[in-house]
Design a protein around this ligand. Structure first.
Ligand code: AMP
Length: 284
């Protein structure tokens, strides 16, 4: 496994791989890798000849009061994990090279970035689409693999790729969870032991909503009341949003006809967690 920091070197390597007929898969990450990230790599390994994982804590997707400074960074630990997963290249550029002085070009997706996280994290998705667009130009992947845990991010990137005719297949993969249901996240390590207990309520509430849905409840208000009740009774939780929306347009639904996505952002102490689940008739 090779670690590449130089952007031009990565581009040359990608170009040569493409020319020799190799299929390239990219898994973009911010590092501090866990099983969720590794599951994306395992999938990529089965689909591509050259598996590239980018590790880059992208400054422009963090707001001024967010956790950019304290976001966990562990390139050494990450490279041990990725080497075991058959990753060919870690691409880990320096921020000063990625966004040099006078950098001034951004990618913005208009509608699906507005609700949910977009409404509470201004500029976040502009940072995400810009970094992913640049990574696509540098790594030149045939397929790019993202987690459904960041559901809105996945939809936003699929929209960008479609709208800008990017020649890359954007694939979403299922959320990997801890044994008690908590969605794996690099931010889980911020939780105190008491907060970690409260954090279980997100996935439990999602499960409960799925049970209600399966029993025939279709009204968003009723489903969300139950979700808010379950999370709200746990110490140290504060719901930032809990919404049920259309899985493509991300518009709010008042009644779920065939399919909806229940999306949550919840503060547990000073840690912001997100999670979601699909509500559909033939769910497990
Ligand atoms: P991050 O490093 O948090 O930016 O995440 C990098 C990629 O891993 C994104 O596509 C995430 O959606 C995905 N990811 C993060 N957590 C999980 C998880 N628990 N299960 C599956 N994918 C995940």
């Amino acid at each position: 496994m090779k670690i590449i920091k130089d952007i031009l070197e990565m581009q040359v390597m990608a170009e040569e791989s493409r020319r020799s007929g190799k299929k390239i898969a990219l898994v973009p990450t911010m590092g501090a890798l866990h099983q969720g990230h590794l599951s994306l790599m395992d999938y990529g390994r089965t689909k591509a000849d050259l598996l590239v994982v980018s590790i880059f804590v992208n400054p422009i997707q963090f707001g001024p009061k967010e956790d950019f400074g304290k976001y966990p960074r562990d390139l050494q630990g990450d490279s041990l994990l990725t080497a075991k997963r058959g990753v060919d290249i870690i691409f880990s550029p320096e921020a000063k090279d990625f966004y040099p002085d006078l950098f001034q070009t951004y990618v913005m997706v208009e509608q699906v970035t507005q609700p949910l996280c977009g409404a509470v994290r201004p500029g976040h998705f502009r940072g995400v689409t810009t970094v992913v667009c640049k990574l696509f130009h540098i790594v030149k992947p045939h397929l790019a693999i993202f987690g459904q845990k960041d559901f809105q991010q996945l939809i936003v990137i699929q929209q960008m790729a479609k709208d800008l005719n990017m020649d890359v297949e954007v694939i979403g993969r299922p959320t990997v969870r801890e044994a008690d249901g908590l969605a794996m996240s690099s931010r889980n390590r911020y939780l105190s032991p008491e907060e970690r207990v409260s954090a279980r309520s997100l996935s439990w509430a999602l499960k409960e909503a799925q049970v209600l849905f399966r029993k025939g409840e279709r009204k968003t208000e009723v489903l969300l009341d139950r979700v808010s009740g379950l999370i709200g009774r746990e110490p140290a939780t504060r719901i930032e949003y809990a919404r049920i929306c259309h899985p493509r347009t991300l518009e709010d639904l008042t009644v779920v006809k065939d399919q909806g996505v229940l999306a949550l952002a919840v503060w547990v102490g000073s840690t912001r967690l997100i999670d979601n689940c699909l509500l559909e008739d033939n769910q497990e």
